[in-house]
Design a protein around this ligand. Structure first.
Ligand code: SF4
Length: 473
């Protein structure tokens, strides 16, 4: 039997670099052959960030991307630049904001500008719940000061908050970064024959806070030093790390790969079930199912495995206890304006799980909303008023995807499993909710030819308010 090599993740490479001549497929094939299951391709400015995001889209099974502006060109950064980067973070496969940071070696932008741009990108990444990839050269104390300043920003994710890429500082810098909630990434330099002091330092840092990287095509590890680097060679760095820690290669791979998955929220192909809950803005969303009895042409599930760095395509559906655990891990229901059952699918197909979870959260004072397509009762064998009677005691607000002003348009856009009957079901559900005193917002997804005003009138006739949602909202 051929044993599979332990899974490794190269947390930092630049696959868009000209040295690969646009031919990344053989590079990816070589890395997979030695057990490197994924590489994170990193942008250093808008143009390379676009290329990194494009590679992650082209090779979603093995490439993820980070987007950001390095300190070199910090002087180019303004609100438009930041918004363009933010837009890129919504592309599938973008898992982090970076690389960002401080570089006092080159000083191509004034230090003060570098610090301001670094801090602003940290703030934006925090609001998006994204980890950051930090570059620091001859600026370790200032880098950590900025990270400490960012600790006061609203926190929309649990640590690890980011990674110090290609770490080259002193032990006190690494330990301070770890205390602040960051991982430390070890590159090929640790394999160099003249890196004795650095090797000793790395051997003292806890494996639980380390990841490995190539920084390819730069900094190839020994014995390929000076040659073009590539993700497959991260195995040489990992082997050195294992030796320095006195563990076998498989153990070092298990720990550092687990760290990288937690950092970038990457799936464990073996058993990662995906994200049962996720934060967007000031709300917490509960992901109870990926099933849906509609098949809308505009559904984000058709194009992406998740949103904003969250992996919402589930390996399995969560139990109520797992949803509640997820809420607690996110800081508890009181931290959020609303807790929303939305699913990356139709949440009411899991009515019993939704009710059980909602009752407990309501008891703890949460404000609760359900985002529904309004047709699940057809699958559950309930009529609209029966379903509303069960929801009413625990739910504060219902968002119903109306999407059309007539049955024909609804069937064309939403392709419901029950055909035209589904449109009547949506309207009945809205009426039943309004009659029970439950506030309802009807929504429609913006798209060419949408009769938004007619949908608004229908929603208002039914007694609901109306909101037009952006495509991908
Ligand atoms: S109702 Fe929602 S989850 Fe279902 S297919 Fe439509 S957009 Fe997707």
């Amino acid at each position: 039997m051929i044993e599979r090599p332990p899974a490794v993740i190269d947390t930092h490479a630049h696959l868009d670099d000209a040295r690969y001549n646009g031919r990344v497929e053989p590079v990816l094939a070589r890395m997979r052959a030695v057990g490197v299951e994924r590489v994170v391709s990193i942008g250093i400015d808008l143009s390379t960030s676009r290329e990194a995001a494009a590679l992650a889209e082209e090779y979603p099974a093995v490439v993820s991307a980070a987007v950001g502006l390095m300190p070199h060109d910090a002087s180019e950064y303004d609100a438009d630049y930041a918004e363009a980067l933010e837009e890129l973070t919504r592309r599938p496969g973008v898992v982090a904001w970076g690389e960002i940071g401080l570089d006092y070696h080159h000083q191509r932008s004034p230090a003060e500008v570098q610090r301001r741009v670094f801090l602003d990108q940290l703030r934006r990444a925090r609001l998006l719940g994204l980890p950051v990839v930090v570059h620091s050269r001859e600026a370790h104390d200032d880098t950590l000061d900025v990270l400490e300043e960012a600790a006061g920003f609203p926190l929309l994710r649990q640590p690890p908050l980011g990674v110090l890429h290609c770490f080259s500082g002193a032990e006190r810098h690494a330990r301070r970064a770890i205390e602040l909630g960051y991982l430390v990434s070890i590159g090929g330099v640790v394999t160099f024959k003249n890196a004795r002091d650095f090797q000793a330092l790395v051997g003292r840092l806890p494996l639980e806070h380390l990841v490995v990287e190539t920084d390819a095509p730069y900094l190839a590890p020994h014995p390929r030093r000076g040659k073009r680097n590539e993700p497959a060679l991260v195995t040489l760095t990992l082997a050195k790390l294992a030796e320095l820690h006195g563990v076998d290669y498989g153990e070092a791979a298990r720990i550092t790969t687990g760290n990288a998955r937690r950092l970038f929220r990457l799936p464990d192909p073996a058993n990662d079930p995906g994200d049962f809950c996720y934060q967007l803005g000031s709300n917490l969303y509960l992901n109870a199912t990926n099933r849906c009895n509609n098949d809308c042409g505009f559904c984000v599930r058709r194009r992406k495995l998740g949103l904003a760095g969250h992996r919402l395509w589930l390996g399995r559906e969560p139990e109520s206890s797992e949803l509640l655990e997820c809420v607690d891990e996110a800081g508890g229901p009181e931290r959020f304006r609303e807790v929303v059952f939305c699913g990356y699918g139709e949440p009411l197909l899991r009515l019993e799980v939704v009710l059980k979870t909602a009752s407990e959260l309501k008891r703890r004072g949460a404000r609760l909303r359900i985002d529904t397509n309004g047709t699940a009762q057809l699958e559950l064998g309930l009529d609209a008023s029966e379903l509303i009677a069960r929801l009413r005691p625990v739910i504060d607000h219902l968002n119903v995807s109306l999407n059309a002003a007539d049955a024909e348009s609804y069937v064309r856009l939403c392709r419901p499993s029950r055909g035209a009957a589904a449109f009547e079901a949506v309207k009945e559900l809205v009426r039943a909710a309004i009659d029970s005193g439950l506030p309802v917002t009807c929504t429609a997804v913006e798209q060419p030819g949408l009769e938004a005003e007619a949908i608004r009138r229908l929603a208002e006739d039914l007694g609901a308010s109306f909101r037009l949602r952006a495509f991908n909202d």
